[in-house]
Design a protein around this ligand. Sequence first.
Ligand code: ARG
Length: 491
Amino acid sequence: MSQTPSGANKSAIAKTEASGGAGILPEVLAFTSSLALDRALLFEDVVGSLAHLTMLSRRGIIPRGDAQSIHRELVKILEASNAGTLRLPEEEDVHMAVEAELTSRLGEPAGLLHSARSRNDQVSLDLHLHVREQCAAAMDELATFLGELAGRAETELDTVLPSYTHRQRAQPVSLAYHLCGYGAAFVRDLEALEFVLQQVDALPLGVGAIAGTSLPIDREITRTLLQFSKLTANGLDTVGDRDFALDFSYAAARFQLHASRLSTDVIDFCSSEFGFAKLDGAIACGSSMMPQKRNPDVFELIRGKSGRAVGNLMGLLVMVKGLPGGYNRDLQEDRAALLEVGPMLRSVIGAMRVALPRVTFDRERCMAALTRDYTQATDLAEALVVKGTPFRTAYQAIGALVRRCQEKGISLAEANEELIRGIHPSLDAQVLQAGDPRASVARKVNAGGTGPASVRAQIDALKARASEYRARAAAVPRLAALFDGLKGAEL
Ligand code: ARG
């Protein structure tokens, strides 16, 4: 445990009446403390407290003069934290640490702030604010990346390479199509993030420890100040609910799995075995021993971090499993996993944005992988279908042609009229022309296919979704703006 509490009498708050009971053992405090992790929630905690304080004062639950002093000190605490000069007292968690700090500055009136509040609804609020903040930032960054990816696809319409099924060469596609494929997955990830924003958009504060409060609070005031669109419906549910955390972890893990698959494509394509692409020196990492190496470490780490993302989701799911209703201290164990989700997700998006533009494709080598192979066999079969041959018959005829080519050690492009003789009456020189890789790409005119018009439409759609989600992210209330508003709000 990195936070070993010292100076057992430095503050009376966490260690005695308020949370621990008099005489709690230092080892127990050390074991139960979450301050080492949840001090990262200080901004959220202070913003939430400022809103709660404002509501308490407006409702006449605490005297306005005291509210003003608490307000002033809370703002100073946050500013000191931002300036890196705040030393929080060692307490059980960030909520008690802030209260202890306030008490050391203001004395007994600091205790007014926790009226009609429990740490159970307080920590839920902090986590709601945290997830909303991280999710909005990630949505903006992912939407920006999606726009950039669509722009890159536009420059790769003429780069033709094999697509793969079972990691065996399948059919020719444009690189633009390949990139749009990942773009389609990232659109779903943006939709998943949007769902998270909907799930997290309810104010938990005001339900107290579990049952509500007998003090005359008005949750609507707090809700408006913190810009949530509704209140949570039931306190028992609220204090034990981490669904919004699960949803965010799931959305993040799923995006990171998509990023991982894209990374594996890049890693493979940059290997000498594929030889399709090259890493710019600015993103290639060396080996400490082998002087010739230019390794795709950035993409390997994107892939590696997807495992951590899945682990965080699993950890949160299992934490909730088996809990009874209401608050249980087990829930504090969400902190390590959940606080990693947003920053890791955003670091992966950032790494993708830096690294992908610095991967360049060698068009000739990509094309060479098609001309030496049999990836156009389906196109020849379809050319026979166009001439009235049932597909299964055409499939068998072209299969026979491929075997003849393989026996002679030649590609489909090299097949001549003599070689095709006797296979099928409709198989002629005109059908053979369908084997040109560029023609193969161009002929896939259906929606969702690799043909240029379809890919153009896909690129346009991705760009439209990118700007749509950037606008949505911009509309989400953010902590800095809430803090600015609360600083000047009338008490
Ligand atoms: N540190 C606790 C947590 O993060 C705060 C809530 C504590 N509540 C309690 N009843 N002990 O979950």
